[in-house]
Design a protein around this ligand. Structure first.
Ligand SMILES: *[C@@H]1O[C@H](CO)[C@@H](O)[C@H](O)[C@H]1NC(C)=O
Ligand SMILES: *[C@@H]1O[C@H](CO)[C@@H](O)[C@H](O)[C@H]1NC(C)=O
Ligand SMILES: *[C@@H]1O[C@H](CO)[C@@H](O)[C@H](O)[C@H]1NC(C)=O
Length: 572
């Protein structure tokens, strides 16, 4: 009874407000469309907790710039780009710090509605579907400010179809989700609250003020002596002597506390140290509850699905060609569980190991990055029996790894990116920056480079990520200049399973921010972006840091389609 009454009240408010939003909508243009992409990663390999690590970790300067600008000073152009990039990922925050959970966004009290088309209630392929979302708090009162992190998906389980939606924040408690209609048949809307705006504010504060919440360690050894100290991208310089491992070529900063007895030259390895806990207040903890306000679906007011009719005859021409875009408009969609890109490469399917071998014949493939590109290495070596892994005696999950098919002259290598990397023990001699590795490649049309850099950067201010990508981009430009025809593929971030703990270090919100930066920084370059973000968002399988095989297969097919495009009909 009570529930019914409040529901009617909600409907009334909702309808009243939707008129307003209708007006707003027509004023809104594409400029705010970049609210939607994500990424994050989390190394679970290291279960080693740090009994060796000194308990009294250094206190950090709780201000924004300490960590970010510890490296080289950026040039004026770089600074300008940085400002632009930071601007492009700005995120509205709540007007004040929250005081009680009941005033924060509650997915169960919130709702969405499918808006009718201009011509009534008929949707055709090529149309755009618009959904209006209204957020409410735990007391059922409408929210009046934006900043909630929402995901939108349109899907059809029967057809194996799915596409990511673009979410617009009207900054008044209302959001629009826009979807292109790409298939005939049923299509169901799914809107998910990933984090409330109040939770996002906590994540942002942690990122700016506590980049030390993930720490690293190194072992120093000489003869029988060994010591372990804490390492990070930035350590307070005035508390203990430091070892400065700043990279001479790139200027990427890295420091460890100097061991008491041994010298800085005695560093033998690098590893994840651990995670600082209890960094948020008891009240803030309530903003991160699985099943309550982390990745919970928002219910529909009325129907959550539509039936899509075939394209209108007249409009087929104009709607099928989309401008190429690296922003968050859909870059592709699933149909029959197969990813169909909307622009760029024409997707081919590589269903057999012989098809993969034909494509990779005579190729040198270098994969650099985190474990999400290592998954590609693992997929290829498992799928193609002739591509035999060569035993380099590398630690499990860490690498470097190498696989060879000497019959077809294929070489495949994987190496992790430089620090910060939360892997288990990486030998100091194998701790390399991607840009330096790229500078060592001759390149050419037989060379393929595949990169993924995101998950290990989420605990640092965005400037750190920008600086890293800038160095990699400079190295890629040099590589393409000296060896045009080198294939470059960049794998974007993907969504992952979130609970409270993972959220604080590796939330999809952090990944989204990094992913937007990544797309902007490689836009216009001759590289293929494999949109792991949308491929994980549009798919029906649950989000996972390491996406399951069907999604990897789709990524690999995109990767190979780029290297081995379909031959033109005339050549057949
Ligand atoms: C950050 O904090 C440190 C230590 O309090 C201070 O020396 C430094 O000037 C501060 N930087 C900025 C930009 O406020
Ligand atoms: C570490 O070394 C780099 C490169 O030599 C230098 O620019 C930087 O100032 C050093 N850092 C500290 C804290 O001394
Ligand atoms: C690859 O497999 C899929 C699914 O089994 C099938 O639909 C498709 O036609 C196959 N493609 C090729 C080129 O064999």
């Amino acid at each position: 009874m009570h529930r019914n009454v409040s529901k009617y009240a909600l409907i009334f408010l909702f309808l009243a407000a939707s008129g307003l939003v209708f007006l707003l909508r027509n004023i809104h243009t594409v400029e705010n469309w970049n609210c939607h992409t994500i990424s994050a990663l989390y190394q679970l390999q290291s279960k080693i907790q740090s009994s060796i690590i000194p308990v009294n970790l250094p206190t950090f300067y709780h201000n924004r710039t300490f960590c970010a600008h510890l490296g080289q000073k950026p040039s004026p152009e770089d600074e300008l780009e940085e400002r632009y990039l930071l601007d492009s990922v700005s995120w509205p925050g709540p007007p004040s710090t929250f005081t009680a959970l009941r005033q924060t966004s509650d997915p169960v009290h919130s709702l969405f509605a499918i808006l009718p088309t201009k011509g009534g209630k008929e949707w055709h392929v090529g149309d755009q579907l618009e959904v209006l979302v209204q957020m409410h708090d735990f007391q059922g009162r409408p929210k009046h400010y934006g900043g909630d992190f929402l995901l939108a998906r349109l899907h059809s389980p029967e057809l194996g179809a799915g596409v990511a939606g673009t979410v617009l924040d009207h900054k008044n408690g209302f959001y629009s989700a826009l979807f292109p209609l790409l298939w005939v048949g049923s299509a169901r809307v799914e809107i998910t609250l990933v984090h409330s705006s109040e939770a996002v504010a906590v994540l942002r504060r942690l990122r700016e003020e506590r980049p030390d919440r993930v720490f690293f360690k190194s072992l120093f050894r000489l003869g029988f002596l060994s010591e372990t100290t804490v390492c990070n991208m930035c350590l307070p310089p005035d508390q203990q002597p430091l070892c400065n491992y700043t990279d001479l070529y790139t200027g990427e900063p890295w420091y460890c506390y100097k061991p008491k007895m041994l010298s800085c030259d005695n560093r033998v390895n690098h590893a994840k140290g651990g995670y600082l806990k209890h960094l948020i207040t008891n009240k803030e903890v309530l903003l991160f509850q699985s099943g309550v306000n982390i990745k919970v679906h928002i219910p529909a007011l009325g129907l959550d699905r539509i039936n899509v009719l075939p394209a209108r005859k007249v409009e087929v021409e104009s709607s099928s060609r989309k401008p190429e875009s690296i922003n968050l408009e859909p870059s592709g969609y699933y149909y029959e569980d197969t990813w169909r890109p909307l622009s760029g490469v024409t997707r081919r399917q590589f269903n057999s190991s012989s098809a993969v071998t034909r494509c990779l014949k005579n190729k040198l493939i270098y994969m650099y990055g985190d474990s999400t590109i290592r998954q590609w290495f693992e997929y290829l070596t498992a799928f193609v029996p002739e591509l035999k892994e060569f035993n380099l005696h590398s630690p499990k999950n860490v690498g470097p790894f190498m696989a060879v098919d000497s019959t077809h002259n294929i070489l495949l290598k994987y190496r992790c990116h430089g620090p910060p990397i939360r892997f288990t023990t990486v030998t100091s001699s194998e701790l390399r920056y991607i840009s330096n590795e790229l500078d060592g490649l001759p390149g050419g049309p037989n060379t393929v480079v595949a990169l993924s850099i995101w998950a290990h950067f989420s605990t640092f201010p965005v400037e750190v990520y920008i600086r890293r990508l800038r160095h990699i981009r400079q190295a890629l430009v040099r590589l393409l200049d000296r060896a045009p025809g080198t294939f470059i593929v960049i794998r974007s971030a993907n969504l992952q399973a979130l609970d409270q703990e993972v959220s604080l270090y590796n939330s999809d919100w952090y990944s989204l921010q990094l992913d937007k930066v990544l797309r902007a920084m490689f836009k216009g370059m001759n590289v293929l972006l494999v949109d792991a973000w949308q491929m994980s968002l549009a798919h029906h399988l649950p989000h996972a840091l390491h996406p399951p095989p069907p999604i990897i297969k789709n990524m690999i097919d995109m990767f190979l389609s780029y290297i081995c495009p379909e031959k033109k009909k005339s050549q057949l």
